[in-house]
Design a protein around this ligand. Structure first.
Ligand SMILES: *Cc1c(COP(=O)(O)O)cnc(C)c1O
Length: 366
């Protein structure tokens, strides 16, 4: 059997991409906010139900730029249970990350623990909608308002996620950042975006991603090159046509995994209520011997991933911080030693899912 990885990008038929390429070849506009770039910003705003969106070359540069757009300095409260890029974006801005533990159900920043971590240096909170599960956006906003802090969501996993009333989760906080990396629910090979509520902020972000240029002769900030190219934007336009079908497939896979894994001793699935999910990942939690199951799956060609292990706070550039101490992050530590993300992508077959489930059942009885 061919190896099965934790994710596999959905690619539309190649013929369907060729007309986009022909257009680029005809126009000879390869980047710098061309036609496809403009179109993708517009259709994504409509699809996601957001006011303004600025496309980026990847999610990490978008995170770094989001912090610059709001002139964040000092200390920022964030989660250790995420991909390293979340905290790296702080270090790239000379900001000190302050890690706060996660909630055991949502796996997101625990709002009850945020206040104790606020100091006079704190300027912002950077929560993550981990696995696309929405953060407690209302409580986080309350805390931010009380302490006059900005909120920048790392929404890399949260493409298309709705809040409880059916609005887009990306409308919360001051800014939200998406990633369109190949492994994400919606991809442009590499790519990302910042979502912002007002035109003025969008303009500042657009300047920052283009070296700080406002016009031919005016540079207003030490901006970076964060522009998405026309090829990536064109691919995004094509991908978006198939996104609802892809999300529907993910939902079915999620249901099949849950049914197959529901009564297995020592194995737990998440339980956050399905109305809010985009089924970006399928994490399971293994009470004992997680790594033995991980290796067993691997030996059978199933390449799950231990997202997120190690915790960000355990990497060398973070572990000396007082907030990185294991005793400060007991929930994140425990979850990080139990998690395996199983393969999850639209083209995963029922036979493959059932094979993975059978390996896990077999593991639990031995
Ligand atoms: C993927 C990811 C990023 C980084 O996005 P890139 O587009 O790969 O730079 C940041 N944060 C989280 C939580 C991610 O999963």
């Amino acid at each position: 059997m061919k190896p099965i990885y934790v994710t596999q990008p959905t690619l539309p038929p190649l013929e369907e991409f060729l007309p986009y390429l022909e257009k680029i070849w005809d126009n000879k506009i390869l980047t710098n906010g061309g036609e496809f770039h403009q179109q993708l910003e517009q259709v994504l705003c409509e699809y996601l139900g957001v006011k303004h969106l600025s496309l980026f070359t990847n999610g990490t540069i978008a995170l770094i730029t989001a912090l610059q757009a709001l002139r964040i300095t000092g200390e920022v409260i964030t989660t250790p249970y995420s991909f390293v890029a979340t905290a790296h974006s702080l270090l790239w801005n000379g900001i000190k990350p302050v890690f706060v533990d996660i909630d055991p159900i949502t796996l997101n920043l625990d709002p009850a623990k945020i206040e104790a971590a606020i100091t006079p240096q704190t300027t912002a909170i950077m929560p993550v909608h981990c696995y696309g599960y929405p953060c407690d956006v209302e409580r986080i906003q309350q805390i931010a308002d009380n302490y006059n802090l900005k909120v920048i969501y790392d929404a890399a996993h949260a493409f298309g996620v709705q809040d409880k009333s059916g609005g887009g989760i990306l409308n919360y906080g001051d800014l939200s950042v998406l990633s369109f990396h190949a492994t994400k629910v919606f991809n442009t090979f590499e790519g990302g975006a910042i979502i912002c509520p007002d035109e003025k902020t969008k303009r500042r972000i657009d300047h920052l991603k283009n070296f700080g240029f406002v016009d031919e002769v005016t540079v207003v900030a030490a901006g970076i090159n964060g522009k998405m190219s026309e090829i990536n934007a064109a691919f995004g336009l094509l991908q978006l046509k198939g996104i609802d079908e892809a999300l529907g497939q993910r939902k079915k896979i999620d249901a099949r995994y849950r049914e197959g894994l529901k009564n297995i001793a020592g194995i737990r699935c998440t339980n956050i209520g399905e109305h809010v999910a985009n089924y970006a990942y399928f994490p399971i939690f293994v009470e004992q011997n997680r790594d033995a199951l991980y290796e067993k799956l691997k030996a059978n060609g199933i390449f799950g991933r231990r997202y997120f292990y190690p915790l960000i706070s355990d990497f060398p550039m973070y572990r000396a911080l007082p907030s990185a101490a294991a005793a400060n992050l007991p929930v994140a530590q425990k979850i990080s030693h139990e998690v395996i993300c199983l393969p999850m992508y639209p083209n995963l077959t029922n036979e493959e899912i059932d094979f993975i489930i059978s390996l896990i059942i077999d593991f639990s009885v031995t």
